[in-house]
Every structure is written in structure tokens, then in C-alpha cells.
Design a protein around this ligand. Sequence first.
Ligand code: PLP
Length: 286
Amino acid sequence: MSRIVYVNGEFVPEDEAKVSIFDRGFLFADGVYEVTSVLDGKLVDFEGHSRRLERSLGELNMAAPVTIDELLAIHRELIVRNDLQEGAIYLQVTRGADVDRDFVFPDPEKVPSSLVLFTQAKAVAESPAAKKGIRVISVDDQRWARRDIKTVQLLYPSMGKMMALAAGKDDAWMVEDGVVTEGTSNNAYIVKDRTIVTRQLSNAILHGITRAAVLRFAREAQMKVEERPFSIEEAQDADEAFITSASAFVMPVVEVDGESLGGGTPGPVATRLREIYIEESRKMAI
Ligand code: PLP
């Protein structure tokens, strides 16, 4: 069944949606995005995603195409028009389409930013991968230095994912200066002696919306959290590991660079945090 997508003010069937070949997202990866998960036909942490979007736009001096209230209305309209019960909504803002290809940013008064949204139906709560856990390899982090901005420059993360698949594994953790930054499209965690360890926020990683929620739930459940970098060797010696993202929620990691963790099955901390996250997200979704 064809989806109804949103493109610059209009809801149209996906095969009729068009953006210009001069769009700066296409030519320069001059765009930012958000992925908001949907549970029971409702948006999970819309406020967190819209706040991060505003921040990404601000860091790049890109004009917001619509207000946050309008954005919420567009998300809800897409859920209704596509009868989306579970999955995600992808949103992308680019600096629009200038009259030609030019490195200089166009005047936002003359060239409005462009806005595209579409739905992605997927069973996220009952994920078979979450029951088995995923296996990761390490790769060199070769991304640009402003990973705190959620830009559409995703070629290197995509290459990292391909390296993992070529190695017969599920995903990659990126390593810089001997320590893990994050996963290709997720934040990375290890658990040792019931302490959760994840890298502190900085420009080196994306400030995950799921990360913020999961760390809050962990602390509320009296779990100990340390925000600091960790190495692959420390991860291989951990009791368990997991990743978080809006599309994976909390996903157990059962192998790091060929070394199996916790007997190769999802650990109790990751399993419990996944349950809490899904339960609380269902309650708070709007
Ligand atoms: N880190 C990176 C590099 C990501 O691409 C993502 C999500 O796309 C995340 C972390 C997780 O962020 P969130 O929890 O907001 O989905």
C-alpha cells in the first residue's frame, strides 16, 4: 500500500512526492533529521525530538520551516492518514533549493528551508532481535567532529553498518582515541558489576533522546550510572552491553569483536531497562 507522505506543505502519495535536484540536502548533505517512534498510534518523546531539532537547526543557522505546534500536527496527521500503530516518523529539514549549486548558504528570506516527513511501519516493541541480542564489531570513527548535530551526513555510519554485515555481524561501534564513541545509529553502553557505563555528552556523540530517557529511568530504579568513555577491551570484559535509539529502544548486545558477553544472551540490566522504557514510553506517548 502506498504511503501518504508530507512534502513542503502538502500530503501526497509517496510516488508523487518531489524535491528539487538543487535541494541542498541532496547536493551538500545540508540537512538535519529526527526519527520519532510511534507506539499505539502515539508519538514517543516528541518534546525531546523537537527540542533537539531546534538545537540542530540553530547550530547550522538553518531556518525552521514550521513551528513546533505545526510539526506536531503534521506528525499526527501522518499517523492518521497512514493508520500507523507502531513504527516511526522520519523528518528531514534541509536548507532548501537554491537556483544553482553554490557553497554559499542562500538567503533564507529567498530560499525557504525544505521539510519532508514520512512514516515507517515496524514492530518495534516486540522485536525478535531484542530477544537474541545483537553482535557488534569495532570500526574506526571517521565521521566529522560535530556529531552532536543530527545531520543527514550518514555515509560513514552506513559504511560502518556494511562492514559489520560483511563480517557476519549486526552493527558497529565506532572507536576514536582508543575509546568507543557510539554505534552507527545508536548510543553504546556496557554494564559491569551492575554499574551502567556510557560515554558522557559532548560534540563527539549524538545526544540521544532515548539515552536521556533510559538514564533517567535507570537512576529512578536506583541503578548506578557512570558517564565516561570505555574501550573495546573494557566492553569485552563487561557483564553485558546494550545500545539505545528511537528505533531500537534498548537493544542488548551479546558480542563485541568476537568476544561473547554474559554467555551470549541478553543481560538482566538491558532486559529490565527495555521493559521499563517501553512501559513508560507507552504511558507518556502523545
Ligand atoms: N547516535 C547516533 C549516531 C544516531 O544516529 C542515533 C540515532 O539515530 C543515536 C545515537 C540515538 O539517538 P536517539 O535515541 O535520539 O534516536
